[in-house]
Ligand binder design. Structure first.
Ligand code: ZN
Ligand code: ZN
Length: 411
């Protein structure tokens, strides 16, 4: 692949995405299959002045072996060191920041017992919650970005040999992440400014609810949580540092009210969950809760997902993404939420982001729940945007505003 782009990409996600500050501890999660890219990010981190760069190598095949052979009870019993290895750096006086590099095989865990996978990942999430709160609340800068993995590339381009598929996926990632502009920093500055203007307008309208419709049958009214704010593009961590949590990101998103969602929603892209694909799915909401659901493929997995815990059947996010987003325009299904969620409007089953509530980072989960923000061990984005999606916003004063027409921003 193009080495210039590779270096530009690594520099961009470390120095602008995470925005590593001098003396910070910089944690990198990197697939073991892509050491060169991990090393490039380590170098960029030290160039930015990191005190220490800590790399956690991750391995899909190893995860599969554990899931296949170890007993569920043993997998659910986590050791303190598995939490301390994150918290030690989060609690360091110099603070920390995180880069998570994904190169997931979308079907790494295909065929395994969905119930077991779900219960083990729930146990892990609950155990690691003291650490995940740091990123969920933007207490530290964090960024999720992706690089190709052979199994993933072949899934995206099934007609190409492995090498060519990898090359093509690299090129595509460079394109949709604006690296091929040759100056991703400037391209992203412009993109961030445009996105900020949109969320400012949405916030100025003081919306009570949004109404989404499309010809595929989606017709849902999503009430917003109390003091909900629209966010997008960049975030600001507790230490005042601006960062981009997802690369790429095309969305402007808000916190739904957990009890005020009514109507039916049809998925418009397959959804990769726990290394398996849910396709042709729909859900019906009543008073915020999924009361009926189905899928053409892996319906049982969708049922597992929605019953992960008490509030997994409610939503924590509504995000607007225009059909003209570079990811959607590429016409490629990535089988990867980071990309696919930026191709279409989406909702997320499970927890909402406290940062979508004004002053929310300072509130407890119980206080946030009172404002209508959902809480759950999961946050799973599922795509519902269609080429003809229409979104109308209704203000607290009853005034109506056209937000989306034919899948595009209408203001
Ligand atoms: Zn989102
Ligand atoms: Zn989300």
């Amino acid at each position: 692949m193009n080495q210039t782009y590779l270096q530009l990409y690594a520099d961009f996600i470390v120095k602008v995405g995470v925005n590593v500050q001098p003396r910070q501890n910089f944690i990198i999660r990197c697939p073991v299959s892509m050491p060169d890219f991990g090393h490039a990010c380590v170098r960029a981190g030290y160039e930015a002045g990191a005190k220490r760069v800590i790399v956690r190598w991750e391995d899909d095949a190893l995860t599969r072996l554990h899931m296949e052979h170890a007993a569920e009870a043993d997998l659910c019993e986590l050791k303190p060191s598995e939490l301390r290895c994150w918290l030690d750096y989060a609690e360091d006086p110099d603070g920390c920041c995180l880069l998570a590099i994904h190169a997931d095989d979308p079907e790494a865990l295909a065929g395994l017992d969905a119930g077991k996978l779900n219960r083990v990942s729930l146990a892990r999430r609950n155990f690691l919650k003291p650490w995940s709160e740091y990123t969920m609340n933007d207490r530290v800068q964090w960024c999720v970005a992706a690089i190709p993995a052979p199994a993933w590339a072949v899934k995206v381009f099934p007609d190409l040999p492995k090498e060519e598929a990898m090359e093509k996926l690299w090129q595509l990632i460079f394109e949709v992440c604006r690296v091929t502009t040759g100056d991703p920093v400037s391209a992203w500055k412009e993109h961030v400014a445009k996105t900020k203007a949109r969320k400012d307008q949405l916030n100025a309208w003081q919306l009570d609810r949004v109404h989404l419709t499309s010809a595929n049958g989606t017709d849902v009214v999503i009430g917003l949580a109390e003091d909900a704010t629209w966010e997008g593009a960049s975030s600001v961590a507790e230490n005042g540092t601006e960062f981009i949590a997802n690369v790429p990101t095309e969305e402007v998103f808000c916190a739904p009210h957990r009890d005020r969602v009514d109507g039916v929603v049809y998925g418009t892209k397959p959804y990769a969950y726990n290394g398996q694909l849910i396709e042709g799915w729909h859900v019906t909401f009543q008073n915020g809760k999924v009361v009926e659901h189905g899928a053409e493929k892996n319906a049982a997995l969708l049922a597992e997902l929605l019953t992960t815990d008490e509030n997994a059947c409610r939503i924590g996010e509504i995000a607007l993404v225009p059909a003209s987003s570079p990811i959607n325009r590429s016409g490629v299904l990535f089988y990867n939420t980071l990309f696919d969620e930026n191709a279409a409007c989406h909702i997320a089953f499970g927890a909402g982001y406290p940062t979508n509530i004004r002053g929310g980072a300072a509130l407890t989960r119980a206080q946030l729940m009172e404002k209508g923000l959902n809480d759950s061990a999961i946050h799973e984005d599922v795509m519902i945007g269609a080429p003809d999606t229409r979104v109308e916003g209704i203000g607290k004063n009853g005034e109506s505003h056209l937000i989306f027409a034919d899948g595009e921003w209408a203001f």
